[in-house]
Design a protein around this ligand. Structure first.
Ligand SMILES: C[S@@+](CC[C@H](N)C(=O)[O-])C[C@H]1O[C@@H](n2cnc3c(N)ncnc32)[C@H](O)[C@@H]1O
Length: 232
């Protein structure tokens, strides 16, 4: 977003994160951006879904609230390179980063697969967001970004895995209200899951009231639990 200063902040696993200029919150845990994203959204998110619910229709629809640095998207693309499944990745971001921030986000070099194209694909994702352009980034990964306010958007139907990566309720209470979470429930396919870092009791109670089956897998380093919710 032009005119805003996105401060680069190192985290304990050697990966960098940002501080948001409006919310003043960090985009990731200070214990490690890379380990947090990998644990919550890859291991407990898409990979869990793939192991337990994937019905062999050969495609997984992911929706991410808050594209941010693109780390979740990049790790998901890397995951898709190691699986023979089509990933249809859609995301929304209200505050796209200036492209000049990207060189300070040291993610591609920290991903073990070390795929030679990760760096250029990360840039392509951010460019696609700025242009709100659909991109086929690899034969099995499509990327559909949009700029806008999640609270006002109409969600696509039949989402399999929802990465709920807003800022925490203390910073962004509007993201964690029942009507908004109901909208998420309605957008999920049967057997779809929501996964998030937030493990607050009131949040989990709201999810149960809506009809989700809620579990609390162990969290990444620095966090006891996270939340995964199934539309059963
Ligand atoms: C916790 S960070 C997400 C980090 C991101 N998933 C990543 O991998 O870097 C929250 C993100 O939500 C975005 N955001 C905040 N309010 C929003 C809104 N109303 N609509 C869409 N995005 C929003 C922020 O700009 C930020 O990028």
């Amino acid at each position: 977003m032009n005119g805003f200063n996105f401060e680069i902040v190192p985290t304990k696993d050697g990966s960098n994160t940002l501080r948001h200029p409006v919310f003043t919150a960090l985009y990731h845990s200070s214990w490690g951006a890379m380990q947090e994203s990998r644990h919550i959204y890859i291991r407990e998110g898409i990979d869990y879904y793939y192991q337990h619910f994937f019905d062999r229709k050969n495609q997984i629809r992911v929706f991410e609230l808050g594209f941010g640095t693109g780390l979740n998207a990049l790790l998901t693309l890397d995951w898709s390179l190691q699986h023979t499944v089509q990933v249809l990745y859609a995301t929304i971001e209200r505050y796209p980063l200036p492209l000049s921030t990207l060189p300070s986000l040291n993610y591609p070099m920290q991903i073990e697969s070390n795929h030679p194209s990760l760096s250029s694909m990360m840039t392509s994702m951010h460019e696609a967001l700025h242009q709100q352009q659909f991109k086929h980034l690899t034969p099995n990964f499509t990327f559909e970004p949009r700029i806008g306010d999640f609270l006002e958007m109409e969600l696509p139907p039949d989402i399999d895995v929802f990465y709920y990566d807003a800022f925490a309720p203390e910073s962004q209470p509007a993201m964690w209200t029942k009507p908004i979470l109901q909208k998420v429930y309605d957008s999920l396919a049967n057997g779809g899951i929501l996964v998030t870092f937030c493990a607050k009791g009131v949040f989990k109670r709201t999810l149960r009231e809506i009809g989700f089956q809620v579990t609390s897998p162990p969290g990444p380093v620095g966090k006891r639990e996270i939340t995964r919710a199934l539309k059963g």
